[in-house]
Design a protein. Structure first.
Length: 490
């Protein structure tokens, strides 16, 4: 397996070397940070001195308009599935019940996942597809998870293999690359160790490959435990909009930052691309961007009966670390520059999508600035009103989320209370503050060269049997009562 660390050949024969990547990192990060700093200083000076210079007001209005446009574009993407419902059927197979024609190699990377791994593997073994294998990747030092994997493999030797990951430091892409040489199936799929996978999913994915001819199929993933914490309802809806709506639009636009699991790629395509980037903290996104740049087409489908069910991070620190890792991975993907190989339209879209977590963080930071401006600065009324422009689409997003929560409850038979809606509404600014903090933390970690994999612990709270056995008080207390594995640091 050739490492991406030493460089990857692009379609025009160019090779992106590590030294040039370091230079590009500085060239991109420093102007962005400088722009943010200048905006903050300019607004601060204006607020303190109460200056009413035309240039200062013009810049202030310009920033407000830009951030409002960004917020509106996010709202537009969120609403894609409801604005154009027919578009979701464009890539959907016109025939169902086709006999399977592909074989599958399913990779399940698992580290410190002894609590949930066995149930996930048994769920995979219930698949009604006739040709699949499961490769469970465990660290050679992770004896408890390895014991679970060995036990299931011993009971199902014709289907389950255990692959030992000898790499260090550990990371998910390294585990995936350890299994890739042993994948015998025509299609390679990825599931996480806590996933609740529907038995009919592989047959449906097979149909998509047969009838669309694409290289990549991204199926739906859905967080389920919306009652487990105050931020869970927001987290659940993020997944709902991302997999139900946004990814469909990006697939049609030929730029797909793939999800972390329930992805299926033709094995020959995956090997030709040298597998996953072992040094990227969002290996799924990076692979999707790289394959998009190489001209491979993807199709996305979200069928509620077939979604892969997952759980929210069990504690606030776990959520922040997970979101930091994703944001830092997006930043790394942006800096690697494969999106630059795309045509100009897709290139602009790619840059915008990869930079969105950081731009939205800035948009949310402008909200308190707008309120402060209205109270402190003696500015003309139009100027003060302009500062509130980003708030309008943000409030629109909240309205959309309220409707989507009711729809989610109806689809998945989740009972909602007034308390759930209050958590959604009251928790909005605090949730966005968490996202902004995670985005800032990601930038700081990348600038400091801190790229260790901060792992998320799982308890199986999305599984019906676990949720049925626990009361609401148990759900609230569980994360704080259970130790999390220490992050794997470089």
């Amino acid at each position: 397996m050739n490492s991406l660390k030493s460089g990857v050949s692009s379609p025009n024969g160019a090779v992106i070397e590590e030294s040039s990547l370091r230079l590009e990192r500085k060239q991109i990060l420093l102007p962005i940070l400088g722009f943010v700093a200048l905006c903050a200083i300019g607004l601060g000076v204006a607020a303190i001195t109460h200056k009413t210079a035309v240039v200062g007001y013009g810049a202030y209005i310009g920033i407000s308009l830009i951030l409002a446009a960004i917020a509106y574009s996010t709202l537009y993407w969120m609403m894609n599935a409801w604005r154009t419902p027919d578009a979701l059927d464009e890539d959907r197979p016109t025939a169902e019940g086709l006999p399977p024609s592909h074989s599958f190699s399913i990779i399940v990377p698992a580290r410190h996942e002894e609590t949930v791994l066995e149930e996930t593997l048994h769920r995979l073994l219930e698949s009604d597809h006739p040709a699949f294998e499961v490769l469970v990747v465990v660290g050679a030092d992770d004896l408890t998870t390895r014991a679970v994997a060995d036990r299931v493999a011993a009971s199902n030797p014709d289907v389950v293999q255990v692959v030992l990951d000898q790499s260090w430091p550990k990371s998910k892409p390294k585990a995936l690359n350890a299994a890739l040489p042993r994948c015998a199936g025509a299609i390679t799929g990825v599931f996480d160790a806590e996933d609740d996978v529907h038995p009919e999913l592989l047959r449906r994915v097979d149909e998509y490959f047969q009838l669309t001819g694409v290289s990549i199929v991204q199926a739906g993933v859905q967080l389920m435990d919306l009652h487990s914490s105050w931020w869970a309802v927001q987290n659940v809806l993020e997944y709902y909009f991302w997999f139900r709506s946004r990814l469909h639009l990006h697939a049609r636009q030929r730029f797909v930052p793939l999800g972390g699991n329930t992805i299926f790629i033709r094995t020959d395509v995956l090997r030709a691309a040298n597998g996953w980037d072992p040094d990227c903290l969002a290996e799924d996104c990076e692979l999707g961007v790289r394959l998009s740049a190489l001209g491979h087409r993807a199709v996305v489908f979200y069928e509620p009966d077939l979604v892969t069910r997952e759980e929210c991070p069990p504690s606030l620190p776990a959520f922040v670390r997970q979101r930091t890792r994703w944001n830092q991975g997006y930043l790394q993907t942006l800096l690697r520059g494969f999106w630059r190989l795309l045509p100009i339209r897709e290139r602009a879209l790619g840059f915008y999508i990869l930079a969105t977590p950081f731009i939205l963080a800035l948009a949310w930071l402008l909200v308190p600035v707008a309120i402060l401006t209205a109270i402190v600065v003696k500015a003309p009324v139009p100027i003060t009103l302009a500062s509130f422009l980003p708030i309008v689409p943000i409030l629109s997003m909240l309205a959309v989320e309220i409707v989507a929560l009711a729809e989610f409850s109806s689809i998945y038979k989740e009972k909602l209370t007034v308390h759930d809606y209050l958590r959604l509404i009251v928790g909005l600014p605090f949730y966005q503050a968490l996202l902004a903090f995670a985005a800032a933390r990601a930038v700081v970690r990348e600038l400091r060269g801190q790229r260790g994999w901060e792992k998320t612990v799982h308890f199986g709270l999305h599984l019906a049997r676990v949720r049925a056995a626990l009361s609401s008080d148990d759900l609230a207390d569980l994360p704080s009562n259970q130790p999390e594995p220490e992050p794997v640091l470089e």
